[in-house]
Each structure stands twice: as structure tokens, then as C-alpha cells.
Design a binder for this molecule. Structure first.
Ligand code: VGL
Ligand code: ZN
Length: 194
């Protein structure tokens, strides 16, 4: 069995200047690029999740949800940050495309072949995921907790996540909860791929 890197929702709309900016969200990009290099050099898979909403979805305020429009399919806001090292053959996991569901977890997503993310990981022989990206208190948290529920080992990349912090301290509480439920943590200077 092996490890994989999961880069969660590093899209323009979640970075400064975007429609639902995580303050300093783009600051995760150079660190994530280092992790990407590290995993690639070790021959380990790298997955990129993306929030990929239709114009009309219960996720948006206008239709009963809590969020302003963001990451609408095909828009610039939905594209990965330009500096993020997404290879042309990258493994992209798409989520949030069901207009009737408010989903956050990468595990609600599917790969281009239509495989659920957990299935794609299993078929690749992955039993340990390293999770970074945006936002710490929403999609990163949901992805990490679902990973644990699905019996994956989960390590959170403390130096490569940032949160929305609708309430002050949300990101810290999210990280505490992930740890409490069984996640490990690491940083780029300490990471050992196991
Ligand atoms: C996210 C809020 C709404 C996220 C997605 O990627 O964390 N947060 N949609
Ligand atoms: Zn969303």
C-alpha cells in the first residue's frame, strides 16, 4: 500500500481576489508545489480536488444555501491557481456538481472515469492520504474526516492549509477536530513519506 497527496480546492475563487476568498489562500501554493515535487519524485500519486458548481445549486445563497456564487463550472474562478503545478495528466477529482446537494468532501467527488474518490484511491493501492489546500475549516476538514471514516490514514499538511474563519478560530478548531478523530500532522521540513 502507498501514500498519496490530496490537494483540495486550490482554485482562483478561494484565493485573494476571488468570489469566496480564503484570506491569503494563494500562500499555500508554493508550499503545495514542494509537496507535489516530493510526491512525484517518490513515484506517488497526486490528486487535485475541485469545487465545480452549476450556476444554480442549493449551495448558493440565492437558492437557499449560505455561500455567494463561486467555482461555477467553466469560469476562471473555478480554474486551479495558475502557479499550482497541475500537470496536464493530473488526477482531478470533481465535486459539488450536484445542484441539489451541498457537499464539501473530496470523497463526494469522482474522477474523470466516474469512479468515486475512495474507489480510485483503493484501485491505486493508496491507504494513506496527505491533505492540504483550501479551506481548512470546510473542504479540507470534510475530506480528512471522510478519509478517516473510510479507514485511510490521514495526515494534515499544517503549513499548506488555510481557512475561511467565518468565526474566528474555526480553522484551529477544525485542525483540532481532525487530530482528535485520528489524523496526524506534518510540515514540509518534517515530512517522511510512509
Ligand atoms: C468550500 C465553502 C464552499 C471549500 C467550498 O472548498 O472549502 N468552502 N464551497
Ligand atoms: Zn462550494
Amino acid at each position: 500500500m502507498k501514500s498519496a497527496l490530496v490537494v483540495v480546492d486550490v482554485q482562483n475563487d478561494f484565493c485573494d481576489g476571488g468570489a469566496l476568498p480564503v484570506k491569503g489562500g494563494q500562500k499555500t501554493v508554493p508550499v503545495l508545489n514542494k509537496y507535489i515535487e516530493l510526491f512525484k519524485a517518490a513515484g506517488l500519486p497526486v490528486y487535485f480536488t475541485r469545487d465545480w458548481h452549476p450556476q444554480r445549486t442549493v449551495h448558493f445563497k440565492e437558492y437557499g444555501g449560505v455561500w455567494p456564487q463561486h467555482c461555477v463550472q467553466g469560469t476562471r474562478g473555478a480554474e486551479f491557481h495558475t502557479e499550482l503545478k497541475v500537470a496536464p495528466d493530473a488526477k482531478v477529482i470533481t465535486k459539488g456538481d450536484d445542484p441539489d446537494k451541498d457537499s464539501y468532501s473530496g470523497f463526494d467527488g469522482k474522477d474523470p472515469q466516474g469512479r468515486k474518490f475512495a474507489q480510485a484511491l483503493k484501485e491505486e493501492g493508496v491507504d494513506h492520504i496527505y491533505v492540504g489546500g483550501l479551506a481548512a475549516d470546510y473542504c479540507v476538514k470534510a475530506t480528512a474526516l471522510d478519509g478517516l471514516k473510510g479507514r485511510f490514514r490521514v495526515t494534515v499538511l499544517l503549513d499548506a492549509v488555510k481557512g475561511v474563519d467565518v468565526k474566528e478560530g474555526d480553522s484551529e478548531r477544525a485542525i483540532d477536530e481532525m487530530i482528535e478523530k485520528g489524523a496526524g500532522t506534518t510540515t514540509i521540513d518534517e515530512v517522511e513519506l510512509v
